[in-house]
Design a protein around this ligand. Structure first.
Ligand code: IPE
Ligand code: IPE
Ligand code: MG
Length: 253
């Protein structure tokens, strides 16, 4: 009860300030969280997935329009087969368990990344999640799945080159916004804030083009993704609200 009250207070405070339109999150540290408890890494992933429900609730409460979560990178295929299989199964479990709640929250699911190469069951679940929520507009939940920023740029360059060859796009018409339109995030605002749990100070190939001017917020190294509660998220937003975003210009303060 006391915790709910302080969360409510934090939500009211945050709503008085400038709320980011788009927050992107590198959900890191599931393995370390499990190891500290003598558990298998896969158990950490299971607990991690549970945190998405609260995240959506707070995003909705404070009026964030886009939230992107990094669930599986193009580099994560190099992990042990058993771990990759568990992560692929968790996608299915997560969608089965949460999709009605996601739909009722008014959220629309998008996937960033090439999900056509996922195992059939995961692919079917993803297709269902996208289709089942396609009419929602209040909140956009982007799940980065088999996502890599460099792979995304390669795809964008190939798509643009094909249009140039076909005479549909002139080289001189390639601008920053045309490139943005060829990314998985086409039509969406850039992330204002990138959050990473578990203390690592790197982007790990996450949204490199879109995050060019994002504010970064890295949690302390002992806050792993399965520890990520509403309080941590709201703290990150409050810190963001104190930042002075200059975009290369002069301070507005
Ligand atoms: C993040 O946790 C989840 C995924 C990358 C899928 P990790 O599995 O990277 O956990 P650590 O970084 O090894 O602790
Ligand atoms: C980034 O975390 C990818 C996801 C959270 C899905 P990693 O754990 O894969 O990143 P590195 O290996 O520490 O850079
Ligand atoms: Mg990691």
């Amino acid at each position: 009860m006391a915790e709910d009250l302080s969360i409510q207070t934090m939500i009211s405070l945050v709503k008085q300030g400038k709320v980011p339109q788009h927050v992107a999150i590198i959900m890191d540290g599931n393995g370390r969280w499990a190891r500290m408890r003598g558990l298998a890494r896969t158990v950490g992933h299971k607990y991690g997935v549970e945190k998405l429900r609260d995240l959506l609730t707070v995003c909705k409460a404070i009026g964030i329009k886009y939230v992107t979560v990094y669930a599986f990178s193009t580099e994560n295929w190099s992990r042990p087969k058993e771990e990759v299989e568990t992560l692929m199964k968790l996608i299915v479990e997560f969608i089965n368990k949460e999709i009605d709640n996601i739909k009722n929250e008014g959220a629309r699911v998008h996937v960033l990344g090439d999900w056509s190469v996922l195992p059939t069951a995961s692919r079917d679940a993803v297709a269902y999640a996208i289709d089942h929520t396609k009419d929602n507009t209040e909140l956009h939940l982007n799940v980065a799945l088999n996502y890599g920023g460099r792979a995304e740029l390669v795809k964008a360059f190939k798509d643009m080159a094909a249009k140039v060859v076909a005479g549909e796009l002139a080289i001189d018409d390639i601008t920053e916004s045309v490139i943005a339109e060829h990314l998985y995030t086409a039509g969406m605002p850039d992330p204002d804030l990138v959050i990473r749990t578990a203390g690592e100070m790197r982007l790990s190939n996450f949204l490199p083009y879109q995050s060019a001017y994002a504010e970064l917020w890295i949690s302390p190294a002992n806050v792993f993704w399965p520890d990520f509660g509403k309080d941590v998220f709201l703290k990150a937003i409050m810190d963001y609200q104190k930042r002075d975003r200059r975009f290369g210009g002069l301070s507005s303060k």
